[in-house]
Design a protein. Structure first.
Lengths: 502, 167
């Protein structure tokens, strides 16, 4: 109890509070720039924390992590360019909302949902850290294989007009993720002699190309079509207004979605390797599944913003479960955090709860306090950000194009990445036109490395009897059955819908 | 023979995935049987799935449109239109961005970014006030550059590289 009080007192002193505020501001700014992520901000700014005391340093980095997670949604909503990969799902409904003149509401929903999701996850971290880590340890390759397979099916079936095309897109994502070094033997695969491809295809140029640059193509297409029809070409903006603010009552109406997504995000965050992007997509898919108006998703619905934002922000708290209790980083950002913890003499793991209890409670408190500072900084800026949508179309989309190029070049320092971005912009443009869900593509791409490792390890463990191995693992068996049911149900629903249309 | 653009796209995916399926073994180096299934397994499964599902997609759609005039009419109404505006959008963005990548190491960030912005603004409908467009481009590039350089400490090559020109 004494450790708890001292930990809280330490966390609420001036140094850590100022560090959180600075971290959140930097995080929001970095997160909002396409191509620059919270992970990159932490990598860039970690050296300046070396002179600070451990708690202040951790406060600064946690601030960046929290701010960056929300910051990604700003450009996703205003420009349809996710500032970070986990904000991709936010763009699906956030951008249509901005286009329909409700940018401020979308931004505020993203902020409130983000903060609410993070608070719930942090409270869960207090409560279930140790027991959940023990459960997550039971997930071997067999379980992970079927969990990811279930995610593939779920997303492919729900995010496009056709499950078949969703699966094709997902398979294409897996194929693209196979480029680079074989994860088990480290031999080059599908690199076609390009040294740059040995590290694999980078996620950010692909995501930015498919969403941001493809949107610039659409703007140019619309402009040409308007010119042909003699319409007004110059003054059209993404939206004429940033729209009214979001009343608290409207936000509270979405509590079920936020609670559900927060739980999903916390659980996924605690599972190493899956990460915030997956949480956002699963949160979005689940919200759509349970919605009374699933057909409105993707066209501009506040639930579609709340779900991914609550889920991806809850991942931050969830990811601290394996990080603090087992010393296992769940994603790139927590891997970078572990590096900084070690520099400050903090060695995450089960023993740290006994050796440094005040520090652990201090970190828990910082995680909670950072949410309120995130809310304050985000609210102060939301009016400012939403004015971006008032810019004329030819200016905003041209600047988006340049920001995409600059962001990708600045984060990768490689001209090759820019070519990859341009190629995937064209692919994304056609995928969108022909209803191949790029959400399914991105999910396939993000989860394929984890899936391949688990799948091949599963085959290795099974020693020629994969069915026998599956029957021995109840958790995996449950996910396998759920996958089969999902394929059947989604297929049947599509068939009925097609018949009804005729 | 009646075919929609969607069906042509499905056939294109069948052809491309068939080609990739054929070349995959030549692009996976090493016999790594010791490490579980071979490294070809996942890409081959993915591309095989693309091949089979695209073929199925094409087949089902083709059978449907072969049935009656009404089905053909429905398919035509639901089809994707590919014409001049689409081609313009793709070419404008691809050509201006490829030029940006080519010229970036040669003429530096400031000049190439300003040119890109002017080109895109004119392409996306900003007509009538050339000075306004140039001024907006210069300001936007300046702000972006200052934010990256002094806000985030990122260094970009801003001026032309004379060593690249003179060798």
């Amino acid at each position: 109890m004494e450790a708890l009080i001292i930990g809280i007192q330490n966390a609420l002193s001036l140094g850590p509070l100022l560090a959180i505020t600075a971290g959140v501001s930097v995080g929001i700014f970095m997160g909002a720039i396409p191509g620059l992520t919270a992970a990159m901000a932490i990598a860039l700014l970690a050296p300046i924390t070396f002179g600070m005391d451990p708690l202040t340093a951790v406060a600064f980095l946690i601030g960046i992590y929290k701010g960056g997670t929300f910051g990604g949604s700003i450009s996703a909503i205003l420009l349809n360019v996710p500032g970070s990969p986990e904000a991709t799902a936010t763009a699906f409904d956030g951008y249509p909302l901005a286009r329909s003149g409700r940018a401020k509401q979308a931004l505020q929903m993203a902020l409130y949902a983000s903060v609410a999701g993070a608070i719930l996850a942090d409270l869960l971290l207090y409560l279930v850290a140790a027991p959940f880590s023990r459960f997550a340890l039971k997930f071997g390759p067999t379980e992970l294989t079927f969990v990811v397979l279930f995610a593939f099916t779920f997303v492919a079936g729900l995010t496009g007009k056709s499950m078949m095309r969703g699966m094709i897109a997902c398979a294409f994502g897996i194929l693209c993720a196979s480029v680079g070094l074989d994860p088990m033997s480290a031999s080059p695969r599908l690199t076609f002699g390009f040294i740059e491809l040995l590290d694999g295809l980078p996620l950010l140029p692909i995501a930015i190309g498919m969403l941001g640059v493809a949107e610039v193509m659409n703007a140019a297409e619309r402009s040409y079509a308007r010119r042909g029809s003699g319409g007004e070409v110059e003054r059209r903006s993404v939206s004429e207004t940033s729209g009214p603010s979001l009343p608290l009552s409207s936000f509270l109406m979405h509590w079920k979605t936020i609670l559900r997504s927060s739980l999903i995000g916390s659980a996924i965050g605690a599972l190493p390797g899956i990460g915030a992007s997956m949480a956002a997509f699963v949160g979005y898919g689940t919200a759509q599944k349970y919605s009374k108006t699933p057909e409105k998703f993707g066209k501009g619905i506040l639930d579609g913003v709340a779900a991914p934002e609550a889920a991806n922000s809850a991942v931050v708290g969830g990811s601290f479960v394996p990080l603090l209790t087992l010393g296992i980083p769940g994603n790139v950002t927590t891997a970078l955090l572990i590096g900084t913890f070690l520099v400050h003499g903090i060695e995450p793991g089960p023993h740290v709860f006994k050796s440094e209890p005040t520090l652990i409670y201090g970190i828990f408190t910082i995680l909670l306090v950072a949410n309120f500072i995130n809310l304050a900084v985000g609210l102060l800026g939301s009016g400012l950000y939403s004015h971006v949508v008032k810019a004329p179309e030819h200016i905003s989309y041209s600047v988006i194009g340049l920001t995409c190029l600059t962001g990708v070049f600045a984060s990768t320092n490689s001209l090759f990445s820019l070519y990859i971005m341009i190629i995937f912009a064209v692919i994304g443009y056609f995928m969108k036109k022909f209803d191949y869900s790029f959400v399914a593509f991105l999910i396939g791409f993000v989860l394929a490395p984890e899936f391949e490792l688990s799948f091949r390890s599963y085959l290795l463990i099974a020693q020629g009897d994969p069915l026998g191995q599956l029957l021995e693992r109840p958790i995996a068996l449950v996910f396998c059955v759920m996958t089969i049911i999902a394929i059947g149900r989604i297929g049947l629903t599509e068939q009925r819908k097609r018949q009804a249309e005729r | 023979m009646f075919m929609t653009n969607r069906q042509i796209m499905s056939l294109l995916v069948v052809a491309l995935s068939g080609l990739v399926l054929w070349i995959i073994p030549t692009q996976v180096r090493g016999d790594n049987q010791l490490f579980g299934a071979n490294g070809t397994l996942l890409p081959a499964l993915a591309i095989g799935l693309m091949f089979v599902l695209s073929l199925l997609d094409f087949g089902l759609s083709f059978l449907r449109t072969s049935k009656s005039d009404k089905e053909r009419q429905l398919a035509r109404e639901d089809d994707v239109i590919i014409n001049k505006p689409q081609a313009f959008g793709i070419f404008l963005v691809v050509i201006s961005m490829v030029l940006f990548v080519w010229l970036l190491p040669v003429v530096g960030y400031l000049a190439v970014s300003t040119s890109l912005l002017v080109g895109l603004m004119l392409g996306i409908g900003g007509r009538g006030r050339p000075m306004g467009i140039i001024l907006t481009s210069v300001i936007a590039v300046g702000v972006l550059f200052l934010a990256l350089r002094y806000g985030l400490g990122l260094r970009l090559q801003i001026w032309p590289s004379f060593t690249l020109w003179t060798g």
